[in-house]
Ligand binder design. Structure first.
Ligand code: IMP
Length: 171
């Protein structure tokens, strides 16, 4: 049985649904992992996988990368979410025409042989002008994927069809 190790229940629930469609069952291991400070999600995930003494394990590091802010908050997404939050991001983008952003997910998987594999998923979109919707978590109320009108938080079914997490997990 594969375990998804994350302290974020929403992430687990999304992954469980997505993988079920591929007939892969997972279990939740509700623990965080040690995050090194780094410029890339890949380095964070690689270091974390090495520090975990378990096989058949999935971990994930994700972030929101905003073009007009040179990729900020990126690898600092959690800290920024916990400090200035969505309203703070909206303030930083006040009077900004370029609202392009992408969510990136990097999944690390240690298989039954102890081999470490990385998978990346990206969804492009834009930052809304105000928070909208109550579903999902984190930056979902301010992220509108390309080709849609709604934020991820307004339509969790749409999020699970298009998300960075879904793409990385399908890889
Ligand atoms: P983490 O380090 O992978 O847990 O994610 C960093 C931050 O990005 C979290 O605090 C979340 O607020 C945000 N985040 C990650 N994935 C998502 C998502 O799917 N939707 C909205 N916010 C997300």
């Amino acid at each position: 049985m594969i375990h998804f190790m994350t302290s974020n229940k929403h992430k687990y629930q999304e992954a469980e649904k997505i993988l079920k469609n591929h007939k892969i069952e997972i279990k939740w291991l509700p623990e965080g992992y040690e995050e090194i400070q780094s410029d890339t999600l890949e380095e964070v995930v690689t270091a974390a996988l090495k520090s975990i003494d378990k096989d058949q394990i999935i971990i994930e590091d994700a972030g929101l990368f905003i073009k007009a802010l040179s990729g900020f908050p990126g690898v600092y997404s959690r800290f920024i979410e916990d400090t200035i939050g969505n309203e703070g991001i909206l303030n930083l983008l006040k009077e900004q025409d370029n609202r392009k952003a992408e969510f990136i997910s990097v999944i690390g998987f240690k298989n039954e042989k102890g081999e470490e594999l990385l998978f990346k998923g990206i969804v492009k979109g834009e930052i809304a002008t105000k928070t909208r919707g109550k579903e999902g978590f984190g930056y979902d109320p301010i992220f509108i994927p390309e080709g849609e009108d709604k934020t991820f938080a307004e339509d969790i079914g749409m999020k699970n069809r298009l998300s960075h997490r879904k793409k990385a997990l399908e890889e």
